[in-house]
Write a protein that binds this ligand. Structure first.
Ligand SMILES: [Fe+2]
Length: 507
């Protein structure tokens, strides 16, 4: 890349130029500090010419004040991006201030990179070098080159080891999606590892909770292996929150929401377009991957109306179909439908949190649904399904988390009516660790599957989903680990489905 462009870029980002000798591994300046890189590194939001590089300084990650042991002043962080793992071919470098206002996190939005290329990055601060991360840019806009994408959700530190993150890190992914419940705000007291501090409800306690999670070496490995696209669900703030409404009444939910969103931004490799302003944060966005795929990343928490039927699991009430209820909010819904209309990708993948397909959870003639999922917002779901059928979308796949079990479903024009047209497929990833080891089956689920013929797979093991996306088909491997209550589990594929081009079926 020409030097002039780089200089322009640096000044645009407010970065100063490092002297030529610059970024060396010479640590003769004996450090007076402890290693600030205890939280690892991450990258995200790849475009054909750039990617976000992230780290956060925290020499003592678990301090109760959330500072991570950092002083209340800014600290310079040098960064370096190379095309080789040994940093013999450094292509860009710079320095940026990590400020106490943003929890000593840094978000470097690189530009001017080569499309479809692999890069390595690292940081240096206070005489210490960070671990090295691998990342990559998205391919050229006309590319139909195949990609490997893994997606995950629901990692509860108290309920299991993050072995599934380690196995995910070993998959050689081009891209990783995290669909929410990256952490849990509560303190339940785990049998073998416990959340530090009190329930996360303030900026200090959310920062402390993120820091504790990010000390996990398996999670660090997963971040260091590939760029991520992240969206939150409920536990990054409060169980089953809905827009401005918490699950249980609490004195100052607005302040809590602002703190949670701020800590989320600080700890994720997000662009400045997602910078929170008070209680607001624009997380929904589209990310293109050549001509092969478009990822529509949704926020199904921040704009939703309150849950109907008293938010009672396995319930039913007429309000489920009330068009006054909305999961996406009017603005995000229009944005999504416009995205469908303008789609030019071979595959449109909708990265979001809660179960999209209808699922009757009550065996027998009575019906019972989960009002926290799309079943509680059926009018919005009908609009999205119709939007898929009446648009330029060629192949739609809904990607889901939340439910701590693997599922696969075919999405029909009339929910649950397998004689109606198919509009999409849905792949639901299990948790990384939430729920503990799991089981080989669940009698309550076996009892309802015959009443939900559009549902094609269920597994109650922990893991993630690996997809291989080509111009001709999307293959989904439901990856499962046999245990999480002790470390070191191997991974295997519990089931594989293929979705052929132009055929929204699970084969
Ligand atoms: Fe969860």
């Amino acid at each position: 890349m020409p030097v002039c462009r780089r200089t322009v870029l640096r000044s645009a980002l407010g970065l100063s130029v490092i002297p030529l000798a610059g970024f060396t591994t010479d640590l003769r300046r004996s450090p007076v500090h402890a290693d600030p890189f205890t939280l690892g590194v991450a990258s995200g939001e790849p475009t054909p010419d750039g990617v976000v590089l992230w780290t956060r300084l925290a020499p003592r990650p678990l301090t109760a004040d959330g500072s991570g042991g950092m002083p209340s002043r800014s600290v310079d962080v040098e960064w370096e991006l190379a095309s080789d793992e040994r940093f013999a071919r450094v292509e860009q470098r710079g320095v940026v201030a990590a400020t106490p206002q943003w929890g000593h996190s840094v978000h470097i939005e690189t530009t001017g990179l080569r499309a479809g290329a692999e890069y390595f990055y690292r940081f240096r601060a206070q005489g210490f070098l960070s671990p090295v991360g691998r990342t990559r840019t998205a391919p050229q806009p006309d590319s139909l080159a195949p990609m490997t994408m893994c997606f995950a959700s629901c990692s509860n530190y108290e309920q299991g080891w993050f072995t599934a993150y380690r196995r995910l890190a070993e998959e050689d992914s081009d891209l990783v999606l995290h669909l929410g419940d990256y952490l849990y705000e509560t303190v339940a007291g785990g049998a073998f590892r416990a959340h530090a501090g009190s329930e996360a409800a303030s900026l200090a306690t959310y920062r402390q909770r993120y820091a504790q999670y990010k000390t996990d070496p398996d999670l660090q490995a997963a971040h260091a292996a590939a760029p991520w696209l992240v969206v939150f669900d409920d536990h990054e703030l409060d169980d089953n929150w809905a827009g401005s409404v918490p699950e249980q009444p609490q004195p100052d939910f607005r302040t809590r929401r602002a703190a949670a969103l701020r800590a989320y931004y600080e700890n994720m490799p997000l662009r400045s377009t997602a910078l929170p302003r008070g209680t607001d944060m624009t997380l929904f966005r589209r990310v293109g991957w050549g001509a092969l795929a478009t990822f529509h990343m949704l926020d199904t928490r921040g704009y939703r109306t309150d849950q109907v039927c008293g938010d009672a699991y396995r319930s039913d009430c007429p309000e489920r179909a009330d068009p006054a209820g909305s999961l996406l909010g009017p603005h995000q819904k229009q944005w999504l439908l416009n995205g469908f209309r303008q789609s030019q990708a071979r595959w449109d993948l909708i990265g979001q949190q809660v179960f999209f397909s209808q699922i009757d959870l009550t065996p027998g003639a009575a019906r019972g649904f989960n009002p926290d999922a799309w079943d509680g917002y059926a009018a919005d779901r009908d609009q999205v399904t119709a939007g898929l059928l009446n648009s330029a979308v060629r192949n739609a796949v809904v990607l889901t988390g939340d439910v701590h079990s693997h599922w696969a479903a075919e999405v029909h024009e009339r929910p649950g009516d397998v004689s109606s047209r198919r509009a999409a497929t849905e792949l639901v990833t299990t948790s990384i660790s939430s729920g503990g080891d799991g089981s080989d089956g669940r009698a309550d689920i076996d009892a309802i599957l015959p009443e939900n013929p559009h549902i094609r797979y269920f597994s109650n093991r922990r893991g993630y989903v690996r997809t291989r996306i080509t111009a001709d088909a999307l293959r989904a491997d439901f990856r499962e680990v046999p245990f999480v209550t002790r470390p070191g589990a191997p991974v295997h594929t519990g089931a594989t489905f293929v979705v052929p081009d132009r055929v929204p079926r699970l084969l």
